[in-house]
Design a protein around this ligand. Structure first.
Ligand code: SF4
Length: 368
């Protein structure tokens, strides 16, 4: 039986764990990325590597010590080094004496046979093709339910009466969904979760700001890499809307394409007509769309040395002026501290509140 691991990316591990177990593998669940994880990654990674690379390397080193023998991850296409990272990780692990296998999935639309072969490689339970499809569907169902819970937490947290209640409920819903294995159980857990969120006492009169989060996928999805920015903003009375969820991204990567993404690409076109790798173009497109939807501000999250996000960063000031939307950028690496981030967020939120008040005053003056 294979002992598989995969990187943490928000709550997605709950769905991947079920899928890997259903296919007959033992899952070596990595600990949540911590300072120890990052220190390990920094120690053995090339200096120029970006933050996700270092966190993933640290994760693999931790799970290798726990007996993991197979890494399951995704590759990447286009002008970004992400496509090479999984193979570099494997080479470094081998150099350090960990003889691990790597199953690296590429976009199935472009590499269908390769995708099939890799799924079979992980099919330790020798399931039929139909059973594998059913297991993938259930994993997908669970992932969508998890995303739904997270979206609810973003909405309710800035309005909660007692600080911390939403985060507690959100953790509970993750436990319920972790235990659910059939479609029916997943539906029931999701319904219970909705009920629990709706029962959180809220202040309906609180003035809540709306901020869009854009940037590179890993630092957007993994709270440990962005120092729990969504929770911090929620506690400051800000409703966050994240531009990317794994279900949305995976749908696109599976070849179906999403309306959102097409419109995001179109929105970015006047500023950035080319695909520059990573999610740089999406960062621009989403910022334009958030401005059109009258959001109060946008925050860009970018790993330090991430070229696609650096390019996007140089274009964002122009987008910010033309569309009249304040934008704040965080470049994240192992030196980034939470206290510094909180200070910058407080200043940004203060600026957004003043801007909103001034707009209201100007509108009132124009009417009188
Ligand atoms: S998108 Fe940026 S952070 Fe992600 S792998 Fe590419 S260069 Fe690194």
């Amino acid at each position: 039986m294979r002992k598989v691991t995969f990187p943490h990316m928000g709550h997605s591990y709950i769905a991947f764990k079920m899928l890997m177990e259903d296919m007959g593998n033992e899952v070596i669940l990595p600990p949540r990325p911590s300072k120890k994880t990052l220190d390990l990654g920094v120690k053995y990674a090339p200096e120029f590597a970006c933050l996700p690379y270092k966190i993933l390397l640290g994760t693999y080193l931790q799970t290798a010590e726990m007996g993991m023998d197979t890494i399951v991850t995704s590759g990447g296409a286009g002008p970004c080094r992400a496509g090479h990272y999984a193979h570099l990780h494997k080479a470094i692990l081998h150099d350090l004496g960990y003889n691990v296998d790597l199953v690296c999935f590429e976009a199935p639309k472009k590499h269908p046979i390769d995708f099939y072969r890799k799924v079979q490689k992980l099919n330790s339970a020798k399931l039929s093709v139909l059973s594998i499809i059913e297991a993938i569907k259930r994993g997908w169902h669970k992932l969508k339910a998890l995303d739904h819970m997270e979206k609810l937490s973003h909405k309710i947290r800035p309005r909660e009466l007692k600080r911390g209640t939403t985060s507690k409920v959100y953790k509970m819903t993750q436990l319920w969904l972790d235990e659910a294995r059939t479609h029916k159980e997943i539906e029931e857990a999701e319904a219970e979760g909705i009920k629990a969120f709706n029962n959180i006492p809220q202040d309906p009169n609180r003035e809540v700001l709306k901020v869009g989060l854009v940037g590179e996928i890993y630092v957007l999805l993994e709270p440990a890499s962005n120092l729990e920015i969504e929770e911090t903003l929620g506690h400051m009375g800000v409703e966050v809307e994240r531009s990317m969820f794994l279900t949305g991204w995976t749908r696109d990567n599976l070849g179906k394409g999403t309306e959102e993404l097409i419109s995001v690409t179109d929105a970015a076109k006047p500023y950035l007509p080319e695909l520059i790798g990573g999610h740089g173009r999406d960062t621009i497109g989403h910022t334009v769309l958030y401005a059109k939807r009258k959001f109060d501000g946008v925050i860009q999250l970018a790993p330090f040395t991430c070229i696609p996000e650096i390019v996007a960063r140089t274009i964002l000031p122009k987008v910010s002026i033309i569309h009249d939307i304040p934008v704040l950028t965080f470049f994240l690496d192992e030196q980034t501290g939470k206290a510094g981030m909180v200070t910058r967020l407080e200043a940004f939120v203060d600026l957004l509140r003043r801007k909103k008040q001034n707009t209201k005053l100007n509108q009132a003056a124009a009417l009188s």
